[in-house]
Every structure is written in C-alpha cells, then in structure tokens.
Design a binder for this molecule. Structure first.
Ligand SMILES: NC(=O)c1ccc[n+]([C@@H]2O[C@H](COP(=O)([O-])OP(=O)(O)OC[C@H]3O[C@@H](n4cnc5c(N)ncnc54)[C@H](OP(=O)(O)O)[C@@H]3O)[C@@H](O)[C@H]2O)c1
Length: 247
C-alpha cells in the first residue's frame, strides 16, 4: 500500500517511514526537503497520486502565534483538497494530549484548528494525540531557561519516546479510520520539573531546574491534568531510563 508521510523527514516522520517500509509498505516521505510543501501546495498532487493513506506528522517551523496558526490551517486545507483529488481513503494526523486544556497557547490553538479542519473534512480520519516526546525534553528546558536556571511546573507528565509514537502512528495508518481520536502516552507519570532535572543531570548539563507551580508551559499554567492522558490511553513501552540508555 502507498502511504504518504507528510513531515516524513522529521523526528517522528523518519521513524514512521522506516517502520512502514519494514512492515512491507511503500512509504513516501513528503516535506520541503523532498520537494513537497503543504503550505504552498508544491509537489503535493504528484506525491499523493496513487496513495491510499496519508499520515500528517509535519510541524510548523515557527511557533509564533500567527505563523503557527497559518501553518496548520493553510497546510490542513491544502492537504484535505489534495487528498480528495487523489482519492485518499484515510488521513491520520498527530496532535497533542490535552490540546483543548492548553488554549492559552497559540501553538495549541493552532493544533485545535488543525484537528477541527480534519474533523469537518470529507476524508475518513484518525487523530492520534500524543503526550510530550521524551526527545523533546531538551526543547522544554530551553523554552524555560533564564540564565543557568530552568523554571518549570512540577505538574505531572507522562512522556513518550519517539519510537513508540512512530509505532502507534504506523498501527493507526494500517488500521481502519476511527472517525475519532486515540490517546497515546509513555509508561510512567512524573513531575515535569523533576523529569527535566533528571534529563539535564544525565547529559551533564549544568543548568538547575526550579520547580514553580506558577511557571508557564509555552504560555499556559499547568496542573496535574493538563498534560496527562485519559485512563484508556494506549501506552508505549519505552520509559525515560530505557530511552536514555538507548540514546
Ligand atoms: N514535541 C512534542 O512533544 C509533541 C507531542 C505530541 C505531538 N506532537 C506533534 O508531533 C508532530 C511532529 O513533530 P516532530 O517533532 O516530529 O516534528 P519535526 O521533527 O520538527 O519535523 C517537522 C516536519 O515537518 C516538515 N515540514 C515543515 N514545513 C513543512 C511544509 N511547509 N510542508 C510539509 N512539511 C513541512 C519538516 O520538513 P523538512 O525536514 O523538509 O523541513 C519535517 O519533516 C507535530 O505535529 C507536533 O504537534 C509533538
């Protein structure tokens, strides 16, 4: 089966393409680096020709409020139109657990807009919402750094390894459209500040994490429910220590 992976050159996309090929499918990585741009539409019709499934794991190059909203809205519309023209039977998209609880952030407003376009569109779909990628802990630390201090909320998180995300996306792509959402998460719950401190210590980064219940996460205050999934989330198998050991 031909499966087009939009954002197939990214963190999740690279792993997803590899997994789909290993499972015997023709997986095509589509992104600006391979001549496909969902914002402008460049290369999209050619890439989607003959595809039965499209998986969208692209991300906006800019997280600035207006830019990220434009990215997910414009790309989402272009993609739905190209999928309809190509006769695509299933669209699988990657979003974030708790998106509707994080609407103080421009990034999460853009993710909600992306989800709504897909839900209102004509292509049968599955939305997979993942928790924070363990691979993204460095990015979270960076976003919360002031000098040598990283100020983060102690709220609970349940981070997932990118290989587990890719497996779940491959499963979704090879399954029937849910016309709904599925949540995926890692196997362990831990406070965000404590986890990032463990990560920084493990890689020999001298920054110190200060746990501050008022610290904002990409502009949003957190509590223990903000980033954690529902009880029926599908769990990955790779915890933080295993991820670190494999790194
Ligand atoms: N970070 C987290 O903790 C987290 C948690 C849950 C869900 N998510 C979601 O996971 C998804 C993937 O994240 P990621 O970290 O794998 O992303 P990433 O590594 O930053 O990769 C982004 C991908 O998007 C592609 N892209 C950028 N502009 C494009 C355009 N105009 N047209 C087509 N493709 C374009 C890039 O292509 P080039 O390589 O060619 O530039 C790249 O392949 C995102 O939707 C994000 O919301 C993230």
């Amino acid at each position: 089966m031909k499966i087009v992976v939009i954002g197939g050159t990214g963190l999740i996309g690279t792993r997803l393409v590899r997994q789909l090929v290993a499972r015997g499918h023709q997986a095509v990585a589509a992104s600006p680096n391979t001549g496909v741009n969902t914002l402008t539409g460049e290369g999209l019709a050619d890439a989607l020709a003959g595809a039965q499934v499209v998986v969208d794991v692209a991300n906006s190059p800019s997280f600035e409020d207006r830019a990220v909203l434009d990215f997910f809205e414009t790309s989402g519309r272009n993609l739905l139109a190209a999928e309809a023209a190509a006769g695509v039977k299933h669209l699988v998209a990657l979003s974030v657990v708790g998106t509707e609880r994080l609407q103080g952030s421009g990034y999460f407003r853009a993710k909600l807009a992306q989800e709504k376009l897909i839900q209102a569109g004509a292509i049968p779909y599955t939305i997979v919402r993942a928790t924070q990628f363990i691979d993204f802990l460095g990015g979270i630390a960076q976003s919360a750094t002031e000098g040598q201090t990283v100020r983060l909320s102690p709220a609970l998180v349940q981070p997932i390894a990118s290989d587990d995300v890719a497996s779940a996306m491959a499963d979704a792509a090879l399954g029937a459209p849910l016309q709904g959402m599925r949540e995926i998460a890692g196997p362990e719950r831990i406070g965000l500040a404590a986890l990032v401190q463990r990560y920084l210590s493990a890689i020999g980064d001298p920054r110190t994490v200060v746990a501050d219940a008022k610290a904002l996460y990409f502009g949003v205050p957190l509590d223990d429910r903000s980033l954690t999934p529902d009880d029926d989330a599908q769990l990955g198998t790779i915890g933080f220590e295993a991820w670190l050991a494999a790194r």
